[in-house]
Design a protein around this ligand. Sequence first.
Ligand code: SF4
Length: 389
Amino acid sequence: MPKFIEIESKSIIYRHRFKDNWFWVRYAINPYRGCQFTCSYCDALTEKYLIHGDYHDFAKEIYVKRNAPFILNKELKKFRPDVVGLSGVTDPYQPAEEKYELTRKIIEILRRNQFPVHISTKSDLVLRDMDLLKEMSKDSWCTVSFTIITFDENILAYLEPSAPSPKRRLSAIKKLKKAEIQVGVNFIPIIPHILDDKNNIEDVIKKTSKYADYILIGSGMTLRSNQRTRFLKLLKINFPELFDEYKKMYKNRTDPPHQYLQKINYIALKLCKKYDIKNYIEPPDFKVVSPQQTLIPTDDFIKENRDLAQHLLLIAFLKEYKSGNIHSNWNYHKAAERIENLDENILKHYHEGILTDIPGVGLKIQEIIEDYLLTGTSHELEKEMTIYG
Ligand code: SF4
């Protein structure tokens, strides 16, 4: 049994500088630090996320932000409603949640304030909150992503020793789908040389695609700082034949080489097409509602600009996925960010012929924007989608 350490947090909501085009999150909330699921590939062990003195205590000491709901109620007033990622770092439905119910309280506050939510978890405890998620689905937007990296229980004994089984997760996916709550799979990370054979990739896609709305497939498992040390130790003891393979593959880098990512992404895309499932989440569509009218304008242009920005981000996602390089289309991210934060309608820039004054907008993106403003979509997006034929 871990030790629960109750702490008072000064701030609870974190605003990302750039909107993420995998999960569509603008904000992150982490009610707990430390995680009881003890996954051996856990990235949250790296120093940049860690608040534990020693990373070995990550699953033994769970820091509980008791005042999170109170702080959130105050902090939300500063922000424009947009998608909140629950959590950014640790699992919001780890066993601590049964006792503290912080995630539930946070969702309730977000729902009241019309903030959409993207929940990422390995636990079917999320089913407890289906009542709130159903209401959010109707009033704004929500999605739940379950991590499933394999159905092979023997390998999972090494990789996710304390998490609920993928069968339980799949059963929860079916229940959410039946309740008409958007639900998908995080097939992240595909662990090199252990889970990257075509059979495993196909098995996960085949079993989940019948029920999920999407499958996000991440081939770029990072290895850094404490997480690297711990994972390589696990390899050395349990998969000694792979130790040198990893040294060759990662060398001094934190990510697998680009050619590897491209190869795995290609296999994943072909299989997504075979099983007719999206490898991306449709951009969130939700109203601009502001309970704090004095602080935030609610004119329609905010939604129009946001929809266009998300259109550009989706194009970037599809291009980056195929190329295996998540930074290859940075101008799209830059342009989307500026467009989403314009204080006037993008149409004004279009009519005045000054679209390229927006940072990140070159001739190619200008063409896409013009196409989108005239037709509500773009040839470029259609071209990138051809894989789905
Ligand atoms: S569930 Fe997520 S945060 Fe928790 S140990 Fe596993 S990878 Fe880390």
